[in-house]
Design a protein around this ligand. Structure first.
Ligand code: IFM
Length: 455
C-alpha cells in the first residue's frame, strides 16, 4: 500500500502526535526547586541502570524546551503528549507547591498552543517524589490522596490550557516492575507490595479524576494502560487456560476495577491473603466514567502454562527463532495491536481510544547529518496500517502518538536504547531528524483534510 493510500485511510479529525515523558527528557534534576524522585534515587544506585546512566541531564529538554517545540512543530504533527513531573510541582509529594515548577509547564503549554498543537498531558509517568517513598510510596494509601491533591493543583493552575489529561501512564509498570520484579524504581520484590501498589494506583487514578473534574469539568480525563496482547503459546488446553490466568493477573488487575468495578475473581481467589484491603467505596472511586483510554502497544506475548510457578502458573515464552524483533528483543507484530483493541472492546464498554505510545528501538547511527532507520519506518507503517484497519472496522480510535519524539532515558536501559524519531547526540545535545521522522511528517502531510478522504 502506498503512503498516500495509508494516509488517506484516516479521517480528517484523526490526531497524529509524538510522545515523551518528563523524567526521560527533562534533565535539570535539581533546578528551580525540583527535588528527587524515586527514579533519581534508583538510577544513582550502582547496578540498577545500564551503564550507570541517570536522568540528571537526559535530553536537557528543560533548557531546550522552545527549540524542542519547534522541532515537534516541524514534524507536522497535531498533538504533543508529555508528562508533568510531580517532584517539580510539589517537590516533596505533599505540602509546599513549587511555583517555578508550575511556571515551566505553563511555558510549555503556552508554547504548545502557540504552535497550534494539542497538548495531551500525563500526570504521572513514574517519577514519584522520593519523600513519599519514605512513607511507603505506592504501597501506602496516603500516596493516592497526595496524588489527588497534586492533580487538583495542576487542574487549578494549568487547567485552562489543558484539553486532555491522563492520570497515570502504565500503572502495571509502576506496580509490577517497581514492586514485584524490581527492575524499575523503587526496586522492590514482593507480591503483597505489588498488589498493594496496583490498588493504590487504581485508587489514585479515581481520586484524581474526581478532584480534577470538580475544578475543570470540561477537560477530557483518562488513563494510559500498556495492556498486554496475549496469545496462547500452543493450541493446547493448558496453554489456553494459562493465558486466561496471565491475562487476569496482568491486565485484569487494572481493567476490571477501572471498567467493571471489581478485581478479577481468579486473582482474588488465588492471591486473597496477599491482596490489600479493598472496600466497595474504593471500587466506586476507581470506576470513574472516562473520556478516553490511552493504550500503549509495542509487542505481543505468547503464554505457556508452567505448573512449577506460583499463580498465575504461566510464563511468556520467546517467539519462534527468526521472528523479527526490535533492539529491545521485542517481537514485531502489528497484528497484536488489532487483536488487543478488538479483544478489549469485546470485553469492556470503553471510551474513545488513543494509541498513546507505539514505536521501536533500533540501533541507529548518525552519519553526515542523517540517520537511516528503515526498520523503524517499516514498524511505524505496519502499525499505522493496523490502526487504520481498526478505524475502518468501526473501532473508535481517535489518535496515534509515536514513541518517541526523540531518543531518551529508557529506564533500566539508560541511553542504550533509542526509540526516537529524532536522534539525540547526548554529548552535544544535537538533534537530528531520522528518516523515520521525515517519513512520519510526509505521511501526515499526505492526509486529506477536506473531509472526503479517498479510499
Ligand atoms: O520508554 C517507555 C515509556 O516510558 C513507557 N512505555 C514504554 C516505553 C518504551 O519502553
Amino acid at each position: 500500500m502506498s503512503d498516500l493510500t495509508l494516509a488517506r485511510r484516516f479521517p480528517p479529525e484523526f490526531v497524529f502526535g509524538v510522545a515523551t515523558a518528563a523524567f526521560q527528557i527533562e534533565g535539570a534534576a535539581s533546578e528551580d526547586g525540583r527535588k528527587p524522585s524515586i527514579w533519581d534515587a534508583f538510577s544513582h544506585m550502582p547496578g540498577r541502570v545500564e551503564n550507570g546512566d541517570t536522568g540528571d541531564v537526559a535530553c536537557d529538554h528543560y533548557h531546550r524546551m522552545e527549540s524542542d517545540l519547534d522541532l515537534i512543530a516541524s514534524l507536522g504533527v497535531d498533538a504533543y503528549r508529555f508528562s508533568i513531573a510531580w517532584p517539580r510541582v510539589i517537590p516533596e509529594g505533599r505540602g509546599a507547591i513549587n511555583d517555578k515548577g508550575l511556571d515551566f509547564y505553563e511555558r510549555l503549554l503556552d508554547g504548545i498552543l502557540a504552535r497550534g498543537l494539542k497538548p495531551f498531558a500525563t500526570l504521572y509517568h513514574w517519577d514519584l517524589p522520593l519523600e513519599l517513598q519514605g512513607r511507603g510510596g505506592w504501597t501506602s494509601r496516603e500516596t493516592a490522596h497526595a496524588f489527588a491533591v497534586y492533580a487538583e493543583v495542576v487542574a487549578k493552575r494549568l487547567g485552562d490550557r489543558l484539553s486532555s489529561v491522563a492520570t497515570l501512564n502504565e500503572p502495571w509498570c509502576s506496580s509490577f516492575l517497581g514492586h514485584f520484579t524490581g527492575e524499575h524504581a523503587p526496586g522492590e520484590r514482593n507480591l503483597s507490595a505489588f498488589l498493594a501498589s496496583a490498588h493504590t494506583l487504581n485508587l489514585a487514578h479515581g481520586l484524581a479524576v474526581q478532584a480534577m473534574r470538580a475544578v475543570r469539568p470540561d477537560t477530557a480525563y483518562g488513563i494510559v494502560l500498556n495492556a498486554k496482547s496475549l496469545h496462547p503459546a500452543s493450541a493446547g488446553a493448558a496453554d489456553i487456560a494459562a493465558t486466561g490466568r496471565f491475562d487476569a493477573f496482568h491486565n485484569g488487575l487494572f481493567f476490571e476495577p477501572l471498567f467493571n468495578g471489581r478485581y478479577p475473581d481468579g486473582v482474588s481467589e488465588a492471591l486473597g491473603s496477599a491482596m490489600p484491603a479493598v472496600t466497595s467505596e474504593d471500587l466506586a472511586v476507581i470506576r470513574q466514567p472516562l473520556d478516553f483510554l490511552g493504550i500503549n502497544y509495542y509487542t505481543p506475548e505468547h503464554v505457556a502454562a508452567d505448573p512449577s510457578l506460583a499463580y498465575p502458573a504461566a510464563r511468556a515464552v520467546p517467539p519462534p527463532l527468526g521472528t523479527p524483533v526490535t533492539d529491545m528483543g521485542w517481537e514485531i507484530d502489528a497484528g497484536g495491536l488489532s487483536h488487543l483493541i478488538r479483544q478489549l472492546r469485546s470485553r469492556y464498554a470503553l471510551p474513545p481510544i488513543y494509541i498513546t505510545e507505539n514505536g521501536g528501538a533500533f540501533r541507529d547511527a548518525c552519519a553526515d547529518g542523517a540517520v537511516h532507520d528503515p526498520e523503524r519506518v517499516a514498524y511505524l507503517r505496519d502499525h499505522l496500517s493496523a490502526v487504520a484497519d481498526l478505524v475502518e472496522g468501526g473501532s473508535d480510535v481517535r489518535g496515534y502518538f509515536a514513541w518517541s519524539l526523540m531518543d531518551n532515558f529508557e529506564w533500566a536501559w539508560g541511553y542504550a536504547k533509542r526509540f526516537g524519531l529524532v536522534h539525540v547526540d547526548y554529548a552535544s545535545q544535537e538533534r537530528t531528524i531520522k528518516d523515520s521522522g521525515h517519513w512520519y511528517r510526509d505521511l501526515i502531510g499526505l492526509r486529506d483534510r477536506s473531509g472526503d478522504a479517498a479510499a
